[in-house]
Design a protein around this ligand. Structure first.
Ligand code: SER
Length: 591
């Protein structure tokens, strides 16, 4: 069984059962500032799980590129991966628990031929989640039993194990998880799929999304009940092919061989280094190879990418790899994946160029930085602790990700004052965040008069849209230059010409009324109580500015704004187009 066969078996199985196959979305989420990367197959589908109609129908399946960064430091063992593929099938208000479970059971046992005795499952026992009590899931265990799973292999757990929600606000619900029993001895009398001892490997998660979780944690029932499932491709491939580790599957073997060809080192003697290099460069190739690619940098996605590349580079250097080995390895991944992900081939030149550039930039810094690090370390007593300022210097001046410095010092029996480092880092981060937030808040290109006037116009526009289209309309993004404003907002369909005209009229009415724009400073809580709209949720610090425009609008916002709406001129909407699924974009000017 190859990865491509597994992808096809899965997608064909669900297609034959009425599911439309949709392509993988970008690894870089759209219109979602709350996460850096797409972390699950459901991520790009959130608007549909919240009730919007999907153009391909209400049964979907796909194979989604995902990236999770919480466990980067765990990579190197047999199973942790940063990039991975998630196979998924969705019901948007169509089937629910019984059919979802039955489909999973059939696919695993009939298509993949996994013996039913090897499968154990978990279900939701009920209980508190945030402020709400959620009832026990009675149906799922009953369905599993009716399919022939004995009670001893149906485990029930609480919210920690069997209730799935996203990091921030979004759809959520109880789940039933499917585990493969490796046949290892139970670790104790209490051994279960929840104990992580390695006996049970989770392969599939079926989430029954029937609630919406708001940013403040409150749950409300969704109008439509959905199913979101996720099956880890690499993991299942590993199990089906009887390999000890995902790195021994055909997805990685050619790359491990390439590393040997480049360095002369053997995988069996350098497992950890080989796995880190392979995992990190695969993730880097997919980030750089995405049509919405980002570049290595010191913030957000760019920093994660840089960390991945630099760590891989360091391990390659330790194995005495020749210059540009990273490029050779990335090309191998492109070859490996281009059939399933043609964007990799399309963007191959970009991938190679960026890796080369990052390697060149880092090679010098690494040389100098290593000398500096040697100096710092030489001054330490045996078993000493590297001062935070020095670790920060290596980070800030020489581009050493701190994890890198930690590894380096640990190899010599030293450690790093991480607490101090984190404090320095937080300070530094707060400063650059402030800068970024300032930029992000209004999406302003500058704070010149023309831009400022257009910024005030976006507040009037947001208010007008809420009047015309409904109160749930919120800003999803905005970008303002001295020439025009661009405003993204959540709305499911194209606006009619009448709606556009009415929106324009309302904005011009507010301009004609010559309303003063007033600003007050208060807390987020007070602002919300007063009815202010906060477009970017939790991003704000404790105290915020609230801009009010008479009865028309009150928004939490960093400013700056015009002093009076009469300064604005005539407001004209130039365009109303789709920005992405469920998000519309208006371009407008002031004449
Ligand atoms: N959203 C669930 C998960 O990530 C199932 O797809 O596990």
């Amino acid at each position: 069984m190859t990865a491509q066969e597994l992808r096809r078996l899965y997608l064909d199985f669900f297609a034959a059962r009425g599911h439309a196959e949709i392509p993988s979305a970008s690894l870089i989420p759209e219109n979602d500032p709350s996460v850096l990367f797409t972390t699950a197959g459901m991520h790009p589908l959130v608007p549909y799980l919240l009730g919007e109609g999907h153009p391909a129908g209400n049964r979907l399946c796909d194979c989604q590129k995902c990236l999770r960064t919480d466990d980067i430091d765990e990579v190197g063992d047999a199973s942790h991966l940063t990039f991975f593929e998630m196979l998924g099938n969705w019901s948007l208000g169509d089937y629910f628990k019984r059919e979802s479970i039955t489909l999973s059971h059939e696919f695993l046992t009939k298509v993949l031929g996994i013996p039913q005795e090897k499968i154990s499952v978990t279900v939701f026992v009920g209980g508190g989640r945030d402020d709400a009590m959620i009832p026990r899931d009675e149906e799922s265990p009953a369905v599993w039993e009716s399919l022939g799973y004995p009670k001893e292999r149906i485990f029930a757990f609480g919210r920690k194990e069997n209730f799935w929600s996203m990091a921030g606000a979004g759809p959520c619900g109880p789940d039933t998880e499917i585990f493969y029993d490796t046949g290892k001895e139970p670790c104790s009398a209490a051994c279960s799929p929840a104990c992580n001892c390695g006996k049970y490997v989770e392969i599939w998660n079926n989430v029954f999304m029937e609630y919406y979780r708001a940013a403040d944690g409150t749950l409300s029932p969704l109008e439509r009940k959905n199913v979101d499932t996720g099956l880890g491709l690499e993991r299942v491939l590993c199990l089906l092919t009887g390999k000890q580790s995902v790195f021994e599957t055909e997805l990685f073997v050619p790359v491990l061989e390439e590393i040997t060809a480049l360095t002369g080192a053997q995988y069996t003697e350098n497992e950890r280094a080989f796995r880190i290099i392979a995992d990190h460069l695969r993730a880097a190739a997919f980030i750089l190879g995405d049509d919405k690619a980002v570049q290595p940098s010191n913030v957000d996605q760019g920093y994660i990418l840089r960390r991945l590349i630099r760590r891989a580079y360091r391990y390659l250097s330790d194995l005495n790899a020749p210059p540009l080995a990273m490029v050779t390895i990335a090309r191998k991944f492109v070859e490996q994946y281009e059939a399933a992900y043609p964007e990799l081939a399309r963007n191959e030149a970009f991938i190679c160029e960026k890796l080369e550039r990052e390697e060149k930039a880092f090679r010098k810094a690494l040389e100098h930085g290593l000398k500096k690090a040697e100096k710092f370390l030489a001054a330490l007593p045996e078993g000493g602790i590297l001062p935070a300022e020095q670790a920060f210097k290596l980070y800030d001046t020489f581009g050493f990700p701190v994890e890198f410095t930690q590894e380096l010092t640990a190899e010599r029996g030293f450690s790093v004052d991480m607490e101090g480092f984190h404090a320095l880092f937080a300070e530094h981060r707060a400063k650059s965040r402030e800068g970024a937030a300032q930029k992000f808040k209004g999406g302003l290109a500058d704070s010149g008069e023309a831009t400022t006037r257009l910024h005030t116009a976006t507040h009037l526009l947001g208010a007008a849209l809420r009047k015309v289209l409904g109160d749930e309309v919120r800003q999803r993004g905005s970008n303002i230059t001295p020439e025009r404003l661009r405003f993204d907002f959540n709305f499911a369909r194209k606006m009619t010409p009448e709606e556009v005209a009415e929106t324009e009229r309302l904005v011009n009415e507010a301009i004609a009324a010559a309303i003063p724009v007033v600003c007050a400073e208060t807390t987020v809580e007070e602002a919300r109580k007063a009815g202010a709209i906060g477009v970017f949720g939790n991003r704000y610090g404790e105290r915020v500015k609230v801009y009010g425009i008479g009865e028309v609008s009150m928004e939490i916002c960093g400013g700056p704004h015009a002093a009076n709406t009469s300064e604005l001129g005539r407001f004209v909407i130039k365009q109303e187009i789709s920005s992405s699924a469920g998000v519309r974009r208006i371009k407008a000017v002031l004449e």
